[in-house]
Design a protein around this ligand. Sequence first.
Ligand code: G6P
Length: 610
Amino acid sequence: MCGIVGAVAQRDIAEILVEGLRRLEYRGYDSAGLAVISNNQIARVRRVGKVSELQKALDEEPVDGSSGIAHTRWATHGEPTESNAHPHFSNERIAVVHNGIIENYENLRSELKSQGYVFASDTDTEVMAHLIERERQSSDSLLDAVLKATKLLEGAYGTVVMELDSPDKLVVARSGSPLVVGKGIGEMFIASDQLALLPVTRQFMFLEEGEVAEISRRSVKILAPSGEEVKREFEESSVQHDAGDKGQFRHFMMKEIFEQPSSISSTLEGRLANDSVIVESFGNKAPELLANAEAVQVVACGTSYHAAMVAKYWIESMVGIPCQVEIASEYRYRKTVAVPNSLFISISQSGETADTLAALRIAKEQGFMASLAICNVPGSSLVRESDMAFMTRAGAEIGVASTKAFTTQLTGLLMLATAMSQTRQTMTEAEIASIVEQLRQLPAEINEALTMDQLIEQVAEEFTEKDHCLFLGRGEQYPIAMEGALKLKEISYIHAEAYAAGELKHGPLALIDQDMPVVVVAPNNELIEKLKSNMEEVRARGGQLYVFADEACEISENSGIKLIHCSAKGSYIAPIIFTVPLQLLSYHVAVIRGTDVDQPRNLAKSVTVE
Ligand code: G6P
């Protein structure tokens, strides 16, 4: 989704801004632009398409300046055209970049038009530019004007404002879309994600909800929504500098698939005792809360939602309490009932997904006993607003299609179910010890699963001409099948659907023919015989099966069955292991089809608008 970078420095910053945008490309966008103050005017360059198009334009016509703002836009209001790309101007003296959506923009637009403002775009953002310009006329400073203007806005924004008359300052405001300030030596930066600024600083400070700040080269003045000044220190970031580099890999997605053993090792590090999970890994109050929760409500979106669905199987079978799972965008707009003494869990890679965040805020009003965030980004809104947080430590995930974030979420959720079970003794010590051993083996087992890569690359050839694909699984492998289908559709644009295999005869069987590949996830568990029957139903109708199966399942390759052996030494970790071949399959299909693997069309990494 949209990305923001800004800088006030003493050197030319156009290159830093463009590099920052490049590092935000993974979020998904359709146009890019920047503006710098140069020779007593605001120079702006914008292009539809990739940041490389913007770079080309700058190579042809360079702009110099020591303060500037830049943006990658993911269209919401108005098509992805150059005139809709940010920065937006008002009277050639105010420039604005904005993430989020201004909901009352139509009213404000009419009002501003009637006051003589001329609009050059179809965006909601341009309203902000004119509004700030109008308020500036009766304010002592840009900071004041932004404060007044933001009081008139409804909706979500992370915004950076620049004015011609005070080139050594930027004013920023945050309400619903994250912003982080980065401190250099005698220079200051702002971005929607710290990844953008890693080449120039490691000192960061996050703005809180509702804050407005004035950023100069050496200082940051932050105002709380009450208008009171807030003091906050910069902190050293632990995010790796190379997090934005592909290394030896052709795509971030592949790099991240292969990083899974080390990401999962990080998730586990310091959180396992000899034969148990360290319950405090979920927070100081976790021993008491996990022991007493009478039910669990989980909300999430996209891939994180699939992790939540797997957690439901684990929590109900291992802990014996009800676990409800819901898509955050549904949960937030439905009249929901919180079960007394229940725990609210939100799962999110980014910790900034607008719907998940809104669901958490609603849950906090509803009387849940506590909220727990399972998240990958320290300092994100979800983490800060939850009572407890479990960091998945996957490292920065750049590919839009989530891979290592998902498997580390699953790892954390299996640890959670184990910790809950420990505190209530719903499983024997030996059973707990066996799960902990499986968790320890997980990185090695994922490494083993990754050796299937070449074989899967060959199998992928058979999918490239297909238009549709079906994924089947049972039990906790059903959400894994859903995740496999999501991966395939996201990056290869092949229409893919997942079904609980038992549902096959209630509809999807009608679609089976030789043009419909059917991918089956088949670990060796108590449902395998049922699954085999479902596979026969497909074969009998001429369907082509691609079965990822444990050798012990004794499925043989036959006409209509392509078998790919995948083993998981442990039933609890099987969903995590079987995720890997499905990731590899969708990756290779997408590469052969020549799609934009890391930044699939129309999608965004971090969905900060609803
Ligand atoms: C977007 C991303 C997905 C992600 C989903 C939820 O759709 O493309 O990869 O699963 O948002 O994001 P979250 O950060 O909340 O996990």
